[in-house]
Design a protein around this ligand. Structure first.
Ligand SMILES: N[C@@H](CCC(=O)N[C@@H](CS)C(=O)NCC(=O)O)C(=O)O
Length: 223
């Protein structure tokens, strides 16, 4: 049975390229696993969606009888036993996967949510002050500095390219898009190296095609 990847039915321009179905598409492309996509409504959240993902988020996958959410868990599932997550490197790759999501992304998202609040007050409500945003970036920067030091001497975060790189790079792409890697040359080179991979390019192409199709469907609905 073909694996199904759930993403949102439509998003505005600003998150396109960054919705987390991208990291799952990337892993699926890397391991050569075919998949189909399905959507859940962005707003309001449906009961079916909340039944699969209690926070009303994506990505979600369905693989046979298994329904799975949380991008890290999904990456582990789709790449299990492959070169991206081989059994003999499970512990080290899991360590860096968790570091990407729970140490780096946890800090950088806090900063980015504030930037979004500043840029789109109509969407997110009253904007945070500049001081609070600076404070959030100073915290995130401690994490970026540590990864910068590690990546100065290696190509990939945990030996050969793995799902830990997919999670780390996808997190750092977000930071770069806000200018947050201006002082991090090794991280910028790491992003360039990773996003030049053909599997990333295919994943991004399909991710963006999804939003274009979503726009077209909305236009038809409102015509
Ligand atoms: N920790 C979750 C985060 C998922 C997440 O933040 N998803 C965003 C898209 S990138 C989402 O679904 N946002 C819609 C919403 O929260 O309403 C994961 O890694 O899967």
């Amino acid at each position: 049975m073909t694996l199904t990847l759930y993403t949102l039915d439509w998003v505005p321009d600003f998150p396109r390229g960054f919705v987390r179905d991208l990291r799952v598409r990337w892993a699926l492309e890397e391991v050569g696993q075919p998949y189909e996509t399905a959507t859940v409504p962005s707003r309001p959240k449906s009961d079916t969606h909340l039944g699969m993902q209690p926070f009303g988020q994506v990505p979600i996958i369905r693989d046979g009888d298994l329904t799975l959410f949380e991008s890290g868990a999904i990456l582990q599932h789709v790449a299990r036993g492959t070169a991206l997550f081989p059994d003999d490197r499970r512990a080290e790759i899991s360590q860096w996967l968790f570091a990407a999501l729970n140490t780096v992304e946890m800090a950088t998202m806090h900063w980015q949510v504030m930037l979004l609040g500043q840029k789109f007050p109509d969407f997110f409500g009253p904007p945070p002050s500049g001081d609070v945003i600076d404070h959030a970036f100073a915290f995130a920067k401690t994490r970026l500095d540590a990864i910068e030091k590690r990546m100065a001497t290696r190509d990939w975060i945990a030996g050969d390219f793995s799902i830990a790189d997919i999670a780390m790079v996808d997190t750092l792409r977000n930071v770069a898009s806000e200018g947050g890697l201006a002082d991090h040359g090794a991280l910028s080179a790491y992003l360039d190296r990773a996003t030049a991979r053909p599997a990333f390019e295919r994943a991004m192409r399909d991710h963006m095609a999804h939003w274009q199709a979503a726009d077209a469907a909305r236009e038809t609905e409102t015509a």
